[in-house]
Write a new protein. Structure first.
Length: 98
């Protein structure tokens, strides 16, 4: 649903359609997203239009980026150590003694 909303506002029916769910079930999901501050719903007559609120997602994105960098540095170092260890264990090949 959030991916669809990233492209623009959608009705509850449009959000429910790809998931083969009832409007009631979609409304429950949308209510949970509203409570999380991820979307805003506007009622126009009988139509409920939903719009993405990207603020909370930006905070999550920043947090994930930090940990992505954190783990990439550590995993790169681990790879380096394993390669060094493998190089120490490898027997010298013929003709490599010079």
């Amino acid at each position: 649903m959030l991916r669809d909303l990233a492209e623009g506002e959608r009705t509850v029916g449009q959000l429910a359609e790809p998931f083969s769910m009832s409007l009631a079930a979609a409304s429950k999901h949308i209510k949970a997203l509203e409570n999380a501050g991820l979307i805003r719903r506007e009622v126009r007559g009988r139509t409920h239009l939903c719009r993405l609120e990207p603020g909370p997602l930006e905070s999550a994105h920043e947090w994930l980026n930090y940990y992505e960098r954190f783990w990439n540095i550590r995993l790169d170092r681990l790879e380096q150590l394993l390669l060094e260890e493998d190089a120490k264990k490898s027997p010298p090949r013929k003709g490599d003694d010079q």
